[in-house]
Design a protein around this ligand. Sequence first.
Ligand code: FHN
Length: 625
Amino acid sequence: MQNWFSLTLLQNKGLAIFMTNHKSYITNKLFSIAMYSNKPFKVYSITYTIANMNIKLRSFFWLLAFAISSATYSQEFPSNPADAKMGWWREAKFGLFIHWGIYAVPAGKYVYNLPDGKYKEDITQGEWIMNRCKIPVAEYRKYAEHFNPTKFNAEEWVLTAKAAGQKYIVITTKHHDGFAMYKSETSNYNIYDATPFKRDPLKELAEACRKYGMKLGFYYSQAQDWGHKGGAPNKWHWDKAAQDGSMDAYIDSIAAPQVKELLTNYGDVAVLWWDTPKDMTPELAQKLDDITRQHPNLITNNRLGGGIRGDLETPEQYIPASGYPGRNWEVCMTVNDHWGYNAYDDNWKSTKELLRKLIDITSKGGNFLLNVGPTAEGIIPPVCVNTLKEMGDWLKINGEAIYGTTANPFDYLSWGRATRKGQKVYIHVFDWPKNGQLNVPFANIITKAYLLEDTTTLLRTKQMANKVLVSVPNIAPDKMATVVVLEFKGEPIVLPKLTENATAIATSELDTAHGINKIFSTNPKDFYSAGKDQKETTIELDLGKPQAVAGIMLAEPWRAWEKKEQQYLLSYKVGNDWKILAEETTNGTGHTKLFGTVTTQFIRLQLNNKTDAPRLNQLLLYRPD
Ligand code: FHN
């Protein structure tokens, strides 16, 4: 294949030079820049055959292209991931979320007293129990009288996080119920003044974090506050006499002074984790942003409101298919199905499941904030402690493949994930190869290959066109995930995404902002939608030329609790005939389907949605391993 390069000028965006074998890498970035660009731009391109160009000159062009496109690329995003204050955070990768409050007293159960002495029990609640069960303020406040977490031990909590390999803790200082979990001078509706506990757990936790070198972050519900007048409701106030009031006055008299005291009285606070910006106006948000800006090293997230983006994207309970290229992002997730303690929820995710989520998130360049909900006695549920310990034991051996790594260069690995650190790629193998040959779609020269748990035993590698075969032991050393390290030369050389040069048409589009081309965007906030009243759409992809296809990934914009689903029929074209590849139902949060390899240029996706217009965040096609 002849090498050629094309010089492409993106108006106002600098140059990107790309070469045929690596074209996708650059155009992928160009496409992403274009997608995120908020300014019109033109593309000028000249092509020049460099068949005779010597290897040095080719390498120069390649390095120049990589350097320019990366520089151009990073200019595009407000919170440049390389921000100095983000250094420890990007190294940390794994943190502990703690949802703790007086909602732990009912522990998920609320009993409705019905007429004629009957009653109804609801055991599905958590930190939203006051809102979901419409508990009057005065009745809810009584939980504080029974909240006396004498078994709380801050050092135990910090050591649990350390044993998990977690590098930071984010704890709820005040959730939507308005109850402060610290000695607040602003409101006596707090753990020190309103409970028999008479201690300040945040003070104790801050000291323990300093003692053990754990970064400490504070979650604060800045808008929703069902316990103070003027705090935002979710939808409406159910105890109007106690809840109605001016939100401006609430921000001035409760939220702003509490944020100030949290950032002043507890030493080095590393993260301020806003949540649910209900009814937050730019003016109200600015009042709080002005406070946090006085702390230049404080990391904030994207949930303050008022259009303030903060430093972090915060996908919740799901992992974006392609992460958030160019933004810092952190997935927060529960171990069972509740953030706050629910004594009846034993739907615990396994260690293997959570570890593979950590690996998946890290392989896309994100952080994982895994939540526990301690009991009213101050105990982290033992099953969580055990799971966290098992994750930490894995990290003790394989932490090098997680901490401080960046997103992997590969399109998709059906049998595992990958992370990168400089000239090392860490292959996290979930499904161990049966034939002792690990097939990695990597065209670079491999200088060394070994198991991360045994760096002294070198593994044989065989370089082939666009892939390397690694000879591995017959049995997986670690069934949860075994890490194979490949040390390599140069910049990663990988095949382009199958959809890199694809075009798509659809039988229905809501508008241009949600046109069919959005299925190629890597920005999780983008999505394609069929027309408003449509319940079905047909999408046809033209891959530009016949390609070997072995799987599909449909990224969808809903969350598990929305209980959406979409039916789809996937076909590929052979001659003039369409042949079925798969016919399934998604759960609305994303769907991956691997099928036997087929070679085709045309793929058709018929999508049906009974409740909404069919939607997709992204559509990816996977090459055969
Ligand atoms: O409403 C809250 C919820 O209770 C919990 O705190 C989560 C954690 O990210 N945030 C909100 C829901 O998005």
